[in-house]
Every structure is written in structure tokens, then in C-alpha cells.
Write a protein that binds this ligand. Structure first.
Ligand code: FMN
Length: 184
């Protein structure tokens, strides 16, 4: 049959509509496009936001192996810092400590250099070594509690003083006592 001929039972209008339907039919279905977009979206998201591998530095190897050695020798500290007056304080609530700080600063008015020192932090058995420093003086500024008992930071020093036979000949010292008039 000739293509121009019309099949019986079909009109020319029907065959025109059919041919236009064939032309408009897409190669991809809606589902294909949806799936493709989804995959593409995921791919772009992964590409942009993918986790870049962050190198975690090993801090153990990075940090310098600094071992802090606390200075327990007040004699060495005095020598290093050029001090010749050491003001030890026994203090519970800070009054004696503050007084010791003031006293050590006042030393410069007499051409000397002082430092306030917590007896708990230093090796008090070095007291006899004070003679190694020229023109030196140790001042004890001690608060007392109860029946003249030492403060917590002076307890070990107090106990040690009770039993030591350390020869303190030549060590110049002064004891600062704050007399309290009230009864405790
Ligand atoms: C509960 C208590 C008990 C005290 N006992 C005494 C004492 O027995 N003899 C004394 O001279 N002073 C005594 N004081 C006075 C303190 O020694 C005084 O306030 C001192 O300046 C406190 O020094 P700090 O702040 O360095 O600890 C006592 C004070 C308190 C609060």
C-alpha cells in the first residue's frame, strides 16, 4: 500500500496525531531523569564536601620533652637572682605572706635585695648554707593559730626545727612576731 493511502477505519487526522506522539516521546523516562539527577547530586555533594584527610600531628613527638624541675634550693635561687634577704612566711589566710612580700620589697631601701619564700616549697635544711652568701639575713614572718601552733605551710618546718641538730652558727636571722592582744 502506498504511504499516502489511508487505511480503512483510520482517518488522516488520527494518523497525524500518532506520528506527532512518536516524535515527542522522550528517550529518557521521568524516573530515569530523577535517578540521574539524584546520583549526580550525590556525586557533586561528595566531591565538594568530601572529607579531606587531615593529618593529625603526633603531639608527643611535636612537643619538646621539657621536664620541669622545680627549684627546691632557696640558696641557689638567691644566688641566681642576686638576693641577700630571704623572708620566710608561715601564713594561713595571707596576712603574714603579704607582710613578708612588703618586707622583702622594703629591703631595697637599705641597699639589699629580698625575696619572700614559702618554707613548704624549699629545702629548709639548707639554712646553714646562708653563710655562703655575703651580707645575708633570713627573716621569719610566722603567723600562729590555736595555742601558738604553726600554719599549715610552716608545719613541716616547725617539726623539722624541733628535732634538727643543724649547726646554724654564723646564720643571721630575725623573727617577726605579731602580738595579738585578743584572746584566742
Ligand atoms: C582561729 C584563730 C586562732 C588564732 N590563734 C592565735 C594564737 O594562738 N596566737 C596568736 O598570736 N594569734 C592567733 N591568731 C591570730 C592570727 O595569727 C593572725 O590573725 C594572723 O595575722 C593571721 O595570719 P595569716 O593571715 O597569715 O594566717 C588566731 C586567729 C584565728 C582566726
Amino acid at each position: 500500500m502506498d504511504s499516502s493511502e489511508v487505511e480503512p477505519g483510520t482517518s488522516t487526522a488520527d494518523s497525524a496525531a500518532e506520528s506527532s506522539l512518536v516524535v515527542e516521546e522522550s528517550f529518557f523516562s521521568t524516573l530515569d531523569i530523577f535517578l540521574f539527577s539524584l546520583i549526580a547530586g550525590f556525586a557533586i555533594y561528595w566531591f565538594v564536601f568530601r572529607k579531606k584527610k587531615v593529618e593529625i600531628p603526633d603531639y608527643k613527638t611535636l612537643q619538646p620533652q621539657v621536664q620541669t624541675i622545680r627549684e627546691t634550693s632557696f640558696i641557689e635561687k638567691m644566688k641566681k637572682t642576686g638576693k641577700n634577704i630571704v623572708v620566710f612566711y608561715g601564713s594561713q589566710t595571707g596576712t603574714a605572706e603579704e607582710f613578708a612580700n612588703r618586707l622583702s620589697k622594703d629591703a631595697q631601701r637599705y641597699g639589699m635585695r629580698g625575696m619572700a619564700t614559702d618554707p613548704e616549697e624549699y629545702d629548709m635544711s639548707e639554712l646553714n648554707r646562708l653563710t655562703e652568701i655575703e651580707n645575708t639575713l633570713a627573716i621569719f614572718c610566722m603567723a600562729t593559730y590555736g595555742e601558738g601552733d604553726p600554719t599549715d605551710n610552716a608545719q613541716d618546718f616547725y617539726d623539722w626545727m624541733q628535732e634538727t641538730d643543724l649547726d646554724l652558727t654564723g646564720v643571721k636571722y630575725a623573727v617577726s612576731i605579731k602580738e595579738n592582744k585578743q584572746d584566742f
